[in-house]
Design a protein around this ligand. Structure first.
Ligand SMILES: C[S@@+](CC[C@H](N)C(=O)[O-])C[C@H]1O[C@@H](n2cnc3c(N)ncnc32)[C@H](O)[C@@H]1O
Length: 253
């Protein structure tokens, strides 16, 4: 199951490297300022599950020495294309190709809901870096841009068994995953002009929900219209986004 799921994720994210910016990257960008509070000039920073590299590049702009890694070859290629001066490597978070303590900080932004063995991934981040900082989506009722399409697609198949995406969506569970950690919540609002933009953005910016939407009918699309009604405004839809930021305290060298 694990290897099948990882192959599914790697192919799915690779196929979405060019379309990720339209929706999902706009939401994950809300986490960048809070994550960078834990990065200083000169820090050796590893960004695990870096996607197209926006956080990696932002850490570099702050003066850090950065490396990005991602499971998906297509994401690594896109990150290299966008940031040719930075280092990006194809690697699995659960088996990082780095020596112990090779980094000062390991960042994992929207990673732990994708790794079949999240404790193994966290053990690897802790092995290679003294400090680990994570971003994760909050509870599903606070992440409407993902939850509304997922609810509209409820019951549709096409996804191999994988990690429960809600497992680390609560501060206490995310803190427990990291060990001794402080968790804060960033709350923002994502604006979409239309539900077609949301639907297309989810198809181009997620893997598991997108796979379900491949099987959707007009009835599922109509469900989204009903579910999204409470979020409608004159200019489109205002969708709340809650992001948990968890920091594991600096380990003594
Ligand atoms: C939701 S995207 C987050 C990308 C980026 N960190 C951001 O904040 O926008 C999840 C990323 O994790 C990567 N990923 C999934 N499983 C992984 C694993 N086992 N090891 C490394 N990266 C993984 C995916 O390929 C994808 O690029």
């Amino acid at each position: 199951m694990t290897e099948e799921f990882k192959a599914f994720e790697a192919a799915g994210w690779s196929a979405r490297a060019a379309t990720y910016d339209a929706l999902t990257a706009r939401a994950t960008a809300f986490a960048i300022p809070a994550l960078l509070e834990h990065v200083g000039p000169g820090d050796r920073v590893l960004d695990v599950g870096c996607g197209p590299g926006a956080l990696t590049a932002a850490a570099a702009e702050r003066g850090a020495q950065v490396t990005g890694v991602d499971l998906a070859a297509g994401m690594v290629a896109e990150a290299r294309r966008r940031h040719p001066d930075l280092t990006f490597i194809e690697a699995d978070a659960e088996r990082l190709p780095f020596a112990d303590d090779a980094f000062d900080v390991a960042l994992g932004a929207f990673l732990v809901n994708h790794t079949p063995d999240a404790p193994a991934a966290i053990a690897e981040l802790k092995r290679v870096a003294r400090r680990v900082v994570l971003a994760a989506w909050g509870p599903e009722d606070e992440v409407a841009f993902l939850t509304l399409p997922a609810q509209a697609a409820h019951g549709l198949g096409g996804v191999p068994d994988g990690p429960d995406s809600e497992l680390y969506a609560h501060p206490d569970r995310l803190a427990a995953l990291l060990g001794e950690a402080t968790v804060t919540t960033v709350r923002e609002t994502l604006h979409v002009d239309s539900l077609d933009a949301l639907w297309d953005g989810i198809r181009g910016g997620t893997v598991r929900i997108a796979a379900r939407l491949e099987h959707a009918t007009d009835e599922h699309r109509a469900r989204l219209t009903t579910l999204a009604e409470p979020y409608r405004v004159a200019t489109g839809y205002e969708l709340p986004v809650a992001i948990l930021i968890a920091c594991c305290p600096r380990r003594v060298a």
